[in-house]
Design a protein around this ligand. Sequence first.
Ligand SMILES: O=P(O)(O)OC[C@H]1O[C@H](OP(=O)(O)OP(=O)(O)O)[C@H](O)[C@@H]1O
Ligand SMILES: Nc1ncnc2[nH]cnc12
Length: 181
Amino acid sequence: MTSLNEKIDIIKKHIKVYPDFPKRGVLFRDIFSVLLEPEIFQILKDVIVEIAKDIKRKNDYNCVVGLDARGFILGPLLALELNLPFVPIRKVGKLPGDTYQIKYQLEYGEAICEIQKDSIKPGSKVLIVDDLLATGGTLEAARQLVLLSGSSVVACFIIMELADLAGRNKVQAPVESILQF
Ligand SMILES: O=P(O)(O)OC[C@H]1O[C@H](OP(=O)(O)OP(=O)(O)O)[C@H](O)[C@@H]1O
Ligand SMILES: Nc1ncnc2[nH]cnc12
């Protein structure tokens, strides 16, 4: 049987790294490269489900929120497995109906993200899911959108954390990451 740490090592080896994308000086870590081989994608799924269940035991949640765009790979997998609702947070202009909006800074730019006002049941306890934590601007904006929706964030779950950027210090909720760079 492959241990959790061995599975995490396999995932790490399959994350392709691109220097100077999308801007000079950024080392881009591409989670999509893990999805090219079904058996590696399956390992990623097994690892995130195991860790998400562990987070739930410590810090119960009843809703999974995923961030545009790469949080949409992971969030729905977890939500289905845990039988919980999945709610998307999207870049501005992509969601129909009434929305809450927050502007935030990225490692390489600025953006606005949105959530549909009627998507999260008020009073929910939310797990936010994304592929990568860089400056923490995206996660903190997402946390504020959950708050505007009348719910709270019990934890954030990330595959890759760029530890040097100290993004977790910007996020006013516990952050759990699988790989640190
Ligand atoms: O911690 P931060 O500095 O906020 O950066 C992290 C965010 O940046 C990336 O998404 P990006 O905004 O590039 O959007 P994409 O997934 O649509 O490419 C990544 O998937 C995170 O969502
Ligand atoms: N270095 C990086 N690699 C992939 N996605 C990112 N989003 C922000 N910084 C990133």
